[in-house]
Structures are given as structure tokens and as C-alpha cells.
Ligand binder design. Structure first.
Ligand code: 13P
Ligand code: ZN
Length: 274
């Protein structure tokens, strides 16, 4: 029995492999963090090493003080997580101020958590507050069709949400609140972390223009499913726009979106309906 036999670590590695197989993680693209439950930390604790130094994050999330996160490493490839987890992923502990991390397992040979850890951390902070503690997963990927959409649609939550809802009938059921859109920004720092987390107060997914997508959720299935559903809708949108050379003959009307919401018992964000 080693840490790689602990169920939550196995599920985390499986999600990384699933993302790689979808083609969303070229080179070191994308990152995944999971806020561990106390009993999961206890199951992993026998395998922790002497902790590393505390490293300031440049952002603060007081509601995450003392939490433990599974994280992918900066510059590490999703393709390598399954065959080489100890160098590709790790566990970090958050200090009692909620502004620094230290490595307690993995990320061997001097690796560090993802460069997007500030964005993940701030998204966790606001989603934990927005979901009464239910949110545990933040997932960033580079799905090609969604990124392509950011070159041809206005960069507003309304434009993206409407386009995606109308691209596949299940979409309004899967993300009834819609998606937020962050304009192009330099990745990896506190500024994009704060801009994204501001949107994540309202949305459980946020598009990064010309870069990718952030999704949040209570577990790996829901969060991976959200990424998958949004990217599939984006693919259909791109295919329909390409096939019709920008001319759309028919689509799902707004009254039909409302009918789906009624039938499935979800509340659509009315700001995005005509
Ligand atoms: P990391 O390798 O630091 O996780 O960065 C990848 C990425 O997608 C940056 O946005
Ligand atoms: Zn990225």
C-alpha cells in the first residue's frame, strides 16, 4: 500500500489521463487542483515528507487556511501524470493565514505547483463560499474549439452563454447559470486570478480569451463533465458556423430554452435570454 493506492489519488490521476486523451493538454497545457477532505489527508499523511518552505502566493483566501490540495506541477505534462505521478503532481498544505503553500508530497526534484495556482486558489476560495463548501475541484484546460470561439464572438458572458446553450439541447441543463468570460490577460499571476475569481462568484465556468477554460465542481465527474459539455458545444458551434459559412438556418429559440429549464427544473440566468 502506497499513496498511489489511495482512492482519491487514483481518481485524480485518472482525470488527468482523461483530459490528456481528450487532446486538451498539449505539452504542459492545463492544470488541476483538488481540495482534499480531512479523511483523504489522513489516508495520505503516512506518505508525507518533511514539508518544504512556505511560499507566498500573492493572493489570500482566508477560508482556505489549513487546507490541503492535490495539484499538477508547473511545466509538467498531463501526458506524464499516470506514468510518472511523483514528478508530475503533488500535495500542498496552505498556511494559517491562507496566503502561502508548502509541499508535503510529490513534485519531486524541485518541481512546484502549477503557475496558475493563484487562479486555482482564488477560484476555490470564492466557489467554496458560493457553494457552502461543496466545491472541491478547479480544472483548467486548453480545448481548441472553445478557444477558437474567442476569436470570432464578442468577449461577453451573454454572447458565449447564448452560443453554447443553443449549440446542444443539454447545455442549459448542465450550466444554467451560463459562463463568464475573462478578456485576454497575462496568465500565471495575481491579476488574472482576481479577475477570474470575481466571475467565479457567479459562474462555475470562466472562459479565458485566446487561452482556455476554467471549470469548478464538487467532484471529478461533475467538473470533467462540465469541461467536456462546454467544449462539445463549442465544437458543434464551430462546425455549424463553418458548414453554413456563418449562415444559421435554425437554432434553439429562447422560448425553447425556457421550456427545457422548466422540464428539467433548472433556473436559467434570465440576463442571457431575450
Ligand atoms: P503550468 O505548466 O504552470 O500548469 O501552466 C500551464 C498553463 O496552462 C498555463 O495557463
Ligand atoms: Zn493555460
Amino acid at each position: 500500500m502506497g499513496i498511489l493506492d489511495v482512492e482519491i489519488v487514483k481518481l485524480y490521476i485518472r482525470m488527468c489521463q482523461d483530459g490528456w486523451e481528450q487532446g486538451w493538454h498539449e505539452r504542459n497545457g492545463g492544470n488541476l487542483t483538488y481540495r482534499m477532505k480531512a479523511e483523504e489527508v489522513d489516508a495520505c499523511r503516512p506518505f508525507f515528507r518533511t514539508p518544504g518552505e512556505w511560499v507566498q502566493m500573492g493572493v489570500t483566501g482566508e477560508n482556505l487556511a489549513g487546507e490541503y490540495f492535490l495539484t499538477t506541477g508547473s511545466g509538467k505534462y498531463f501526458r506524464n501524470v499516470q506514468p510518472d505521478p511523483t514528478h508530475s503532481i503533488g500535495i500542498v498544505e496552505i498556511n494559517d493565514k491562507g496566503d502561502a503553500w508548502r509541499i508535503v508530497w510529490g513534485l519531486e526534484n524541485g518541481a512546484r505547483p502549477t503557475s496558475e495556482f493563484p487562479s486555482h486558489f482564488m477560484n476555490h476560495s470564492v466557489r467554496v463560499a458560493a457553494t457552502d463548501g461543496a466545491c472541491r475541484v478547479i480544472y483548467h484546460a486548453h480545448p481548441a474549439n472553445l478557444i477558437a470561439m474567442t476569436y470570432v464572438l464578442p468577449l461577453t458572458a451573454r454572447d458565449f452563454t447564448r452560443a453554447l446553450w443553443k449549440s446542444a439541447t443539454e447545455c442549459p441543463v448542465v450550466f444554467p447559470g451560463g459562463v463568464g468570460v475573462v478578456p485576454w490577460m497575462v496568465p500565471g499571476g495575481a491579476d488574472i486570478a482576481l479577475a477570474t475569481s470575481e466571475l467565479m462568484k457567479q459562474y462555475d465556468a470562466a472562459v479565458w480569451a485566446h487561452h482556455g477554460l476554467f471549470c469548478s465542481g464538487p467532484d471529478f465527474d461533475t467538473t470533467f463533465g462540465l469541461m467536456h459539455t462546454i467544449e462539445k458545444a463549442a465544437q458543434i458551434w464551430i462546425l455549424a458556423q463553418s458548414a453554413g459559412q456563418g449562415k444559421i438556418l435554425q437554432t434553439i429559440r429562447d422560448d425553447e430554452l425556457r421550456a427545457i429549464a422548466t422540464e428539467f427544473g433548472v433556473q436559467l440566468n434570465e440576463d442571457f435570454l431575450d
